[in-house]
Design a protein around this ligand. Structure first.
Ligand code: HEM
Length: 527
């Protein structure tokens, strides 16, 4: 039962009790306090019985180790998720308790390569309730959680038209234009800034929103964040919506309640924005010279407009958030260890001696250090916790039986920093670990352990495009710009302030100075 329905029934029961006492033959003047007392007593009994059962040896997860307090209620895990250091806390707890860790009454985290099976098609594990659309929304999808595997496959097939080789190749001129817009935006903001510095992450956020606006709506919504800034607070509003779903969503009944409170406003606003954008796009007569996502979704007229709105939100958020933050982290690591910036430039410049030349993707993906930079930024920057539900009659992970109904997720960060997979210096940004000679004869760089795009039928639909975007922008940046952190920049504080709640939130700004390289043209330069 949804949390808000349960709360309504609770109030109804209280009202019923009050009415019964009020009009009973043995009427007492303390009818309100008696009703309240009885309701509280009932609540306490219900909580105590539930808590006792969750801690008891009869609970199906009784033999799973983990902090006892976390077994009592999923509220702990919601709180830990909300604070943004869940991946670090889980990592420490896995080190203490082993690969299987009970993190809630019905939830476990698994730190083992075998846990990738959770996401495979063969496991048939649906996304957990944390992905469910709150507020009894009619739509069939929230963060791509469809009610059945068949509906999910059907919807993904419609989307996939855009992500074929042909679909993506149409977007490349747009990517190139938006990247030149980014370079101009960086220079303009720097010239306008009183201390001559810019927040590079913000520039990347704005770039990715503008590019997604083109990709999803053919530019019909004219967001133009790089030009106009973000007066509607789209970026932080979108992030807040993800944070709420990823943290409070771990306690689904609470999510249903939050939906009706002001704190759920970020999710409401995001859905409203999706609705407005779809509406604008559907009104536009003149289409873009390439196929946008909406053209695929509306092609056969079968997808309900409510679902179009939700898909638009998924595309804008999913498509802009991860890419921009991965690039920001890559530049953070490259500029705090400038030898990497120089080495990367040397590699890219050897392949493209003219900094304004078109950057063919086939060449970009052959550049080993560029690949290493992207892989390291993904490895350290995507500590996701993606919960799935074990179907009946249960499942085996690494030979251990997991009862049906258990919510289970891979401890991605622990795998991505495990010395068994990445050695030496698993916690450091070392792009050369991906090169043929790596970091010496002992090097381990286990690509299969990178869970950044997840696995199986729900894996990221845009993985190839995302790689293409990141390679393209990073290559163009190093070819055209010198970038250095401002003198006061504290790299340690920046790294410690990287929070993750499925979206990455930075406590510190990535403040840099940029200088255009000699011979580079930016204004009006397009192929
Ligand atoms: C560095 C960039 C990106 C990363 C690291 C990334 C990561 C992921 C991950 C981990 C998932 C699985 C989520 C889950 O199961 O809860 C996912 C799914 C998804 N991503 Fe991405 N993503 C990126 C870029 C993009 C872009 C550019 C788009 C474009 C719209 C996109 C669209 C989607 C969609 C639609 C899904 C749902 C797929 C499904 O459930 O079948 N992503 N992504």
């Amino acid at each position: 039962m949804a949390g808000d329905t349960a709360a309504a029934l609770y109030l109804l029961a209280f009202g019923g009790l009050y009415t019964a006492l009020r009009y009973s033959a043995t009427f007492s003047p303390h009818v309100v306090s008696t009703s309240l007392g009885l309701t509280c007593a009932y609540t306490l009994c219900a909580c105590a019985t539930t808590a006792a059962y969750r801690l008891s040896p009869w609970h199906p997860l009784a033999d799973m180790p983990g902090p006892r307090a976390w077994h009592l209620s999923s509220l702990w895990f919601s709180y830990v998720s909300y604070k943004g250091r869940r991946h670090l806390i889980l990592d420490a707890l896995h080190a203490q308790y082993g690969p299987f860790l009970r993190v809630g009454p019905d939830t476990i985290s698994v730190n083992s390569p075998g846990a990738q099976h959770i996401y495979s098609g063969a496991a048939h594990m649906p996304k957990s309730e944390s992905y469910r659309a709150p507020g009894h929304k009619r739509q069939v999808a929230m963060f791509f959680k469809q009610p059945s595997e068949r509906l999910h496959t059907e919807r993904k097939r419609v989307w996939s038209g855009l992500f074929t080789k042909d679909g993506v190749s149409q977007l490349l001129p747009v990517l190139e234009k938006r990247t030149y817009d980014l370079l101009q935006c960086m220079e303009r903001r720097q010239a306008e800034s009183p201390d001559g510095s810019i927040d590079l992450t913000e520039c990347f956020y704005h770039w990715s929103y503008d590019f997604m606006g083109d990709m999803v709506f053919g530019g019909a919504n004219k967001l133009e964040l790089m030009k106009n800034g973000d007066p509607q607070n789209l970026i932080m509003g979108g992030k807040m919506a993800i944070v709420i779903v990823d943290s409070i969503g771990q306690t689904p009944w609470l999510m249903d309640l939050i939906w009706h409170l002001p704190v759920g406003g970020a999710v409401h606003r995001m859905l409203l924005l999706g609705a407005q954008m779809v509406h604008t796009r559907l009104q536009v007569k003149e289409q873009a010279p390439y196929r946008d996502l909406m053209s695929y979704l509306t092609a056969d007229g079968k997808i309900h407009v409510d679902d179009l709105e939700l898909d638009a939100v998924i595309a804008i958020l999913g498509g802009s958030d991860n890419t921009s933050i991965t690039m920001a982290l890559a530049v953070f690591f490259l500029t705090t260890e400038p030898r990497y910036y120089e080495q990367l430039r040397a590699e890219v410049a050897a392949a493209f001696p003219d900094p304004n030349a078109p950057l063919e993707h086939d060449t970009l993906q052959q550049l080993p250090l560029l690949e290493g930079v992207v892989m390291e930024a993904l490895r350290l920057g995507s500590p996701y916790f993606l919960p799935r539900v074990v179907p009946a009659p249960g499942a085996h992970i690494d030979g251990r039986f997991i009862p049906p109904g258990t919510v289970v997720a891979l401890a991605a960060y622990s795998q991505q920093t495990d010395p068994a997979n990445f050695y030496p210096d698993p916690l450091s940004f070392r792009p050369e670990r991906w090169l043929p000679h790596g970091l010496g004869p002992e090097t381990r760089a286990n690509k299969a352990a990178i869970a950044s795009f997840s696995f199986g039928p729900h894996a990221c639909i845009a993985k190839a495009l995302a790689y293409q975007e990141m390679r393209y922008v990073l290559a163009r940046l190093v070819l055209t710009m010198d970038i250095s952190p401002v003198v006061a920049f504290d790299a340690r504080a920046f790294r410690e302030g990287i929070l993750n709640m499925r979206t990455t939130v930075l406590e510190e700004h990535l403040m840099v100075r940029v200088h255009r390289r000699p011979g580079v043209r930016i204004e009006g330069f397009l192929h």
